[in-house]
Ligand binder design. Structure first.
Ligand SMILES: [Zn+2]
Length: 154
């Protein structure tokens, strides 16, 4: 029994150490000092199924994982991550600000008004039309943020 237990623990610890090394690199690259709360929060954003998390979501997930990081610290660290360009903050209507890692390609969002669920999408036609419309007005597109507020069809 004891052997089994050891077997299960070891790969897990090795993995989390490896993960921590990756997070440490990410933090240094972003010009942030490596601190335990920063590593834990970055790990949580990296490993969570949910790509868009509020500060409360991160706080609760850390608590569930047995990590003792206060909500105020989570807020502060997420704001530092945002300034450092590690995460993007979205202020969707009618909800808390959510954060996602700034690691992926461009995409837009749908927010379900009933559940608060955030759905990502990318449409080349919409992207193209936006650039055209901007051009027609004599401008060039620098950035955009498209959010569709949706409800599941009854
Ligand atoms: Zn997203």
């Amino acid at each position: 029994m004891a052997l089994n237990h050891t077997r299960q623990i070891q790969p897990c610890e090795a993995l989390s150490e490896k993960l921590a090394m990756v997070e440490n690199q990410e933090l240094r690259k972003a010009g942030l000092k490596v601190t335990l709360p920063r590593v834990k929060i970055l790990q949580m954003l990296d490993s969570s199924q949910d790509r868009h998390m509020s500060a409360e979501d991160v706080y609760k997930a850390l608590m569930d994982a047995g990590e003792d990081v206060g909500l105020a610290t989570v807020y502060r660290v997420l704001t530092q991550f945002e300034s450092a360009g590690l995460v993007v903050r979205h202020n969707f209507d009618g909800g808390h600000a959510v954060f996602e890692l700034a690691d992926g390609d461009h995409h837009d969002h749908m927010v379900c008004l009933d559940t608060g669920e955030v759905i990502e999408f990318f449409d080349p036609e919409i992207e193209r039309r936006q650039r055209e419309i901007v051009k027609e007005h004599g401008y060039e597109l620098v950035d955009h943020n498209l959010v569709l507020y949706v409800k599941r069809k009854a």
